[in-house]
Design a protein around this ligand. Sequence first.
Ligand code: MTE
Length: 325
Amino acid sequence: MLIKRPADIKSSEITPERVYFNRRAFMQGAAAAGSLAATTGLYYLFAGINRRPPSAPGPRPLATVIPSDPALTTEEPPTDYDDITHYNNFYEFSTAKHDVAYESQALVTRPWTVVVGGLVNRPRTFDVDDLIRLFPLEERVYRLRCVEGWSMVIPWVGFPLSGLLKLVEPLGAAQFVAFETLHDPKQFPLQRSRLLDWPYREGLRLDEALHPLTLLAVGLYGKTLPNQNGAPLRLVVPWKYGFKSIKSIVRITVTDRMPRTTWREAAPHEYGFYANVNPQVSHPRWSQATERRIGEFTRRPTLLFNGYADQVASLYAGLDLRKFY
Ligand code: MTE
């Protein structure tokens, strides 16, 4: 992946005083929140990375958000909203993480159609708002571990992918699920380049796709997804490296073949289909033993399956995790 090695991350990219924008802090009062927002805003203003074109609509509050099953959400403090929304990988827009927020503001996310088909009894084409209305929206606070060696904690809002798959009824022959991002070079400037083989594609085994942790996210921090985080609909698979969590999805196809996936095709010796977080399997160019949690100063150990081993290890019983990385 085109990345900055951890050693190349300048100290100026780290906010001097971390201000947690978590719900508890938020509830402590509007005055405190106002001053937090001003502090954070000033930081980004001076850093020159909070440049939203004035015409772009910002994220809107999401109506019904039900708390999640405590077994499916972490109590760890969420990463700052500004970090989650200004340190992004979205190669259709830019390879520079701090530029994605600005470059993505013009993406038109309504109307938006999601085609769900393949080996299913009931293929359907959804308007994204109709799709979102079909499911109760849950908040799920998940760790996100990027293959590059950084991590965040993100309070997503969404619904389990299993709900959608059950609706379309996979056939007995189904074994995998394939996902595709919108292909529209007019809106995604780097789709005019040959940086990757567009559109961005990802895939899961059917049992991974049906796992209760596997989420279709439509928001974060109680609001609709900012464009840079994959509006209007993206996948989140918290025990796998972040590149599996494909953004701005328009097509979901149930299939009997292992799907083509973008990074595996770009560099098969570096990125596998499974991409399960594993501190013992190094990337050919760097170790995966530790990670930098955005907002922290020292590195911390990376956990097998990103700390979700209790929930997901059984999916891989008998599989050689070094061979199927
Ligand atoms: N999806 C698309 N369509 N294009 C991308 O470049 N980057 C992936 C993933 N999904 C990517 C994508 C990578 S490498 C990561 S780490 C996560 O999105 C980052 O998600 P975030 O920007 O919301 O933190």
